[in-house]
Write a protein of this length. Sequence first.
Length: 584
Amino acid sequence: MKSFFKNVLANIVAIVILCAVFFVFFIMMLVFSTMGNDKSVSVKKNSVLTINLNTNIIDSPTQEENDIFNIGNQNKNVLIYEVLEAINKAKTDDNIKGISIEADNINAGLTQIDDIRNALEDFKKSGKFVYAYGNGVSQSSYYLGSVAEKYFLHPAGMIELKGLATEVTFFKDFADKYGIGIEVIRHGKFKSAVEPFLRNEISPENKEQLSTLLNDIWKNTSMKMAASRKIDSAQFRTVVDSLYGMIPEQSLQYKLVDKLAQKSEYDDLLKTKLALKEKDKLNKISLSNYIKSFSGDDKSGDKVAILYASGSIYNGDKYNDIFSDKYVKYIKDLQENDKVKAVVFRINSPGGSANASDEILFELQKLKKKKPLIVSFGDYAASGGYYIAMAADKIYSEPNTLTGSIGVFGVMPYFKDIANKNGVRSDIVATNANSAYYSSLNGLTPYGVTQITRSVEGTYKRFVHFVTQNRKQTFEQIDNIGGGRVWSGVRAKEIGLVDELGTLNDAVKYAAQKAGLKSYNVSSYPKRMSKFEQIFKDLDQDDISAKLIKNKIGKANYEILEQITDEKLKSEVKMEMPYQIKID
């Protein structure tokens, strides 16, 4: 028995020591990783600024995914404003001779690519070159790369140039077959987020808005690609319809590319462009490293603050996405910061909780009374994402921003039929007439439907009220273009939902002008977390299992799962966009 206890004790001690050694090793790895990331970067002469596969362009610091489950991820996160600042700086940097785009799949939204394209067009005016190279090129990457004066493709490569399409999945028959009931209450015939639970096909209204939206976006992007490649618009349509980009020889024949070349041949072409000898080294510097080379510049003096709001809108105080408690604090801090003379509120959100959106709007209205508040839209400014813009002095939208979706809905699933089929019944004991107005087995009572409908209608009227105040239109005018309909930025400008078509840079310049600033620095909020903060934040959270699932099934699929399983999310009245569009 004594030897048994000795063995048990020895095993316990060994396990404790092993865990301690692993923990120390883990911390040391983080320390050395952080030290490596903080090293200053110098730019060598005759350098080429490179946009490559390891460049992850994000719209907000809260989109960074450097958590404990992604230590092996080599992608470098850079803010879109930093990218634009880098390209502008490179224009006059004698050490930077040109830009090379080498990204088959670019991690960036459509409006971000638009901004980068515009910056690269401006860069070319300096007389410096912009080249691009691809292997298996996604449509979004080609949209960016087509701005180059010369495009090179691998001899066995391809370009997935195909246009835009959307596929809507419907669940009504599935729900009926398995006895799942779904109570849906909405305002707006275009509020199609709930259509998959109500119908088996796209409604005429939804088909109309999807067709208009996709055609607006494709017209804008395809015209730019055709113009950059000097291809007639009719010919370009034929190229896209025929999927000629899938075949490298046809890509060359129809002028999508200038030459088929191996990667090493492309690098030799860059060396020739730089007048380097064969034995000379080709100096490439990534966007993230180039940004580090000047990110430590002096940031004192008057500031224009960019407050980034990216992701879905929720109640609570988490760091990622747009959590109302956190953003109320950010806004109050900016209001009280005397160095901040103006604020640009950068919105990239499909919406979410109506209550959380209202909290954020209220604080922004107070901020506006103290200093200029300019809004800039990214990929999405829809539903709650549009609602929180209604305190703005001026709204800038990108041409391809998905804008509006002024509508409200609530979805409450219940499982009475499937439960009854499987011998599950329920009985209720209550203290009041409507204590059980909703249950997961029986759904909503008739009076519950009446009250939830009133709640949805009241929230919609409140939404439209704030829009009428900001856009200086009548309730009837806004209701006519509202109803949950999503518009492109171009259309939103035409119907008065935004003031100007412009970039984040345009919004910053106007904010400085409105604040009367001749010289200023730009600061980003919320502040970026260090790797240590992010990792220990993750260790402190109760949802480590959720993070594991998210990494396994992907963020988009996890968000769908969360909508179904999170009781808090299911119980809220929503201001949310019905879909997302990506040019892959």
